[in-house]
Design a protein around this ligand. Structure first.
Ligand code: ATP
Ligand code: MG
Length: 258
């Protein structure tokens, strides 16, 4: 009754200087692609980068290039959650060979999950085998299954909530394990949608305002002249807006030769 309620939550303040010092030691994945120039030299540990754009823009090719780099060149585990069931090992073999890497060793380091329901996608992160220690986690087509399963307007709120939960789970996993996160997301020509909206509002009904501004680096990919592509960093909290062209070749994604 007269007892004072004791909180279990301890709040630890630190100075911005301490945080700055901690951040000096953060490692980056140099992707060795034009993407690096957009995001300060590469993807930071604990960070999720989103690639979005229309069909055929090069999102999956980008993801495969990064997976090959981490698995084949760095020799680290990759978990690839392929929500569109479009993953082709042959393409990884091609990219690995063109880069002088061992294709079989590369494939052996890529752990593939192909969920076919939202439920499976939600569970995938929880069920990564203990012996797999991914340094890169890819979710290709992060909203695809959500779109398929929650079709009607009446279901939008539920879909948005579940998607947000998945994303939060993903961010926590990437942060806690200090790994690199990559998600891809297709943009459809929905009149209410705009590629400039945050992920959870794009394509999803307006309303139920975003909790989700946590995906810091969003890179929009579009098709350009003569089969080239342009990657554009959109609304980053740290880096200036910028664009870099690239092309898709046997090596995956590459700078455009001068
Ligand atoms: P979606 O939203 O449909 O999944 P996406 O953005 O993932 O699209 P990608 O699969 O990454 O699209 O890119 C497809 C494009 O990549 C094709 O248009 C093709 O031109 C190019 N491409 C695929 N394989 C090769 C290859 N081996 N060599 C050169 N270009 C290729
Ligand atoms: Mg794709």
């Amino acid at each position: 009754m007269g007892k004072k309620k004791k909180t279990k939550t301890e709040i630890n303040f630190k100075t911005a200087y301490e945080l700055w010092q901690e951040r000096q030691n953060i490692k980056r994945l140099e992707t060795k692609t034009p993407i690096d120039e957009l995001i300060g030299g590469g993807i930071e540990e604990g960070e999720v980068v989103e690639f979005y754009g229309e069909y055929g823009s090069g999102k999956t090719q980008t993801a495969l290039t990064l997976a090959t780099r981490v698995a084949g060149e760095l020799g680290e585990d990759v978990v690839f959650i392929d929500c569109e069931s479009t993953f082709k090992p042959e393409r990884v073999v091609e990219i690995a060979k063109a880069r002088g890497l061992d294709p079989e060793k590369t494939l052996q380091k890529i752990y593939l999950i192909q969920p076919i329901t939202v439920e499976e996608q939600m569970e995938a992160l929880d069920q990564i085998p203990k012996n797999v220690k991914p340094k890169l986690l890819v979710v290709d087509g992060v909203t695809t299954l959500f779109r398929e399963e929650y079709v009607g307007r009446g279901e939008l709120a539920e879909r948005q909530g579940l998607l947000r939960r998945f994303l939060r789970k993903l961010l926590t996993y990437v942060r806690e394990n200090k790994i690199y996160g990559v998600i891809t997301n297709q943009v459809y020509g929905n009149p209410e949608s705009s590629p400039f909206l945050p992920l959870e509002l794009r394509e999803l009904a307006v309303g139920g305002h975003s909790l989700y501004h946590t995906i810091d680096n969003r890179i929009f990919i579009r098709k350009a002249q003569r089969g080239t592509r342009i990657a554009r960093l959109v609304d980053s909290s740290r880096y200036p807006p910028a664009e870099r062209p690239f092309m898709i070749t046997d090596k995956g994604i590459e700078p455009i030769e001068k």
